[in-house]
Design a protein around this ligand. Structure first.
Ligand code: AMP
Length: 221
């Protein structure tokens, strides 16, 4: 049985979601993305969505207590017993500490924090050309991973859209938030000795190969 508890880190647009999907495909562990959970809550206008909306749309972080609660509840579910991959969480040192505590109470620990290191110019380029399917959520990049038909999803045929927070002014805000709040989390995992840095400036396949190499060293049966 595969047991793998990992965190996928990196700036917005570093390819976390794309690589997480590949990990799910190969290793079958659940992919938990706080950004996806929050966007779904906003779309369905739930209580959580109403609270999260203004933060997400501004490019600010949703308060730690809220995302910590989401994660605590999610990773306690049965499908996470065999492990999980967290994408976009933790984003602050407080969240990283909360995660350690949640896992400790469950008798678990993190196996690795995989950090996709991508240059800032590359990030801005990638985010402005990212498009998402309005129906199935598949993610494309007009430059790196374009759909076969212009602005139409290859998988389900629905039109693609640009995330509100991928527009230029919000991208700048998100990058600032990343540097101020999330970079320290990388140091946090470095100090713990579980950080695995990967050069994320390469193609999807090259990055995947490096991630898969790392994963094959931590996979436990
Ligand atoms: P993402 O899809 O990971 O880029 O997340 C989109 C937005 O959701 C972020 O810009 C934040 O507003 C919010 N968000 C996602 N994950 C977190 C988190 N761990 N802590 C706080 N806010 C988050």
């Amino acid at each position: 049985m595969i047991l793998m508890r990992i965190v996928l880190m990196g700036p917005p647009g570093s390819g976390k979601g794309t690589q997480a999907r590949k990990i799910v495909e190969k290793y079958g562990i659940p992919h938990i993305a706080t950004g996806d959970i929050l966007r779904e809550a906003i779309r369905s206008k739930s209580e959580l969505g109403m609270i999260a909306k203004e933060y997400v749309e501004r490019g600010d972080l949703v308060p730690d207590e809220i995302v910590n609660e989401i994660i605590k509840e999610r990773i306690s579910q049965k499908d996470c017993e065999r492990g999980f991959i967290l994408d976009g969480y933790p984003r602050t040192v407080m969240q990283a500490e909360a995660l350690d505590q949640i896992l400790e109470k469950m008798g678990y620990k993190l196996d690795a924090a995989i950090y996709l290191d991508v240059k800032e110019e590359e990030i801005v380029k990638r985010l402005s050309s990212r498009r998402v399917c309005t129906k199935c959520g598949a993610v494309y990049n007009l430059l790196l991973n374009p759909p076969k038909k212009d602005e139409i999803c290859d998988i389900c045929g629905a039109p693609l859209y640009q995330r509100e927070d991928d527009k230029e002014d919000v991208v700048r805000r998100r990058l600032k938030v990343y540097v101020d709040r999330t970079k320290p989390v990388i140091e946090y995992y470095q100090r713990k000795g579980i950080l695995r840095r990967i050069d994320g400036n390469r193609s999807i396949e090259e990055v995947w190969e490096s991630i898969d190499n790392v994963l094959s060293t931590i996979e436990t049966f």
